[in-house]
Design a protein around this ligand. Sequence first.
Ligand code: PMP
Length: 294
Amino acid sequence: YYDENTLIYLDGSYVKAFATGLDLYTQALHYGYGAFEGLRAYNTHNGPRIFKALEHFERLEKSCDAINIPYTWDNRELIDRAYELLSINNLRSAYIRPLVFSGSNMHLTSSTEARIMMAAWEWGPYLGQNLLKVEISDIQRPSSKAFPISSKISGQYINSILASSKAIKNGYDEALLLDQDGYVAQASSENLFIEKDFKLYTPPIQNIFPGITRKNVILICKKLGIELIEKRLTVQDIHEADSAFLSGTAAEIIGIKQVDHIIYKEDWEHTIGASIQRRYKNLVLENENYEVII
Ligand code: PMP
């Protein structure tokens, strides 16, 4: 597609395609043909610890498999690289973003080469620490028949961006999206839990992204003896809930105070979500008392 003499237009001038340092022909840029992950490192009493590192990298590998991007790296080695990245950037707690992207092969069926990058930066909870106002979006999650929706594929995130930016424009903090069948699936990049009559409910895996944080919430529920029911939820279920919260690596556990025009009456601090939020902090920080607390 290009050689050392090929010129391209870039930000107002013509430069050699080779000289940009970036492969501007990559399918990742044109079609979103790539996969990524989001991990968090926490500054524990044992030093920086990446929470569920192997699970995240294994999910990255699965995401690449789902779209035929060859994955040639060893996950345990990538974890070592991630720790090195923290160390050389003097980071003790951080968000870590690995991205696998395709090379310049323009054929859409698969990529002959794949590249990987990893970045880390200090990042507070993605949606802040205040209780959220969320709207039920009129933008739906993609159908599982159109996309491998349980994979973290770059191009797919246009859907999340559209829904969350629309919610923000409407004066909310985040969007809840319906699935292909009209049930409430999740937020733009978090999973959803609601509390009703002292029980928790969350949509089943079927039409949602299988969050690692979601899995840990389920684990915490088991340990605390909280009844958790995986069930498809309607908009009415969400509106009539006693309380609700979102879970995700970037957002961690964050409570919802309002869905559309409905404001939850329950005081967040007294909800099941609030106690799970506290346990999750203990879990990620590897608190010495963790085994005892849970
Ligand atoms: N849903 C989507 C669409 C996401 O991208 C994420 C973040 N990866 C989540 C939910 C939450 O997943 P996790 O708990 O693994 O971060």
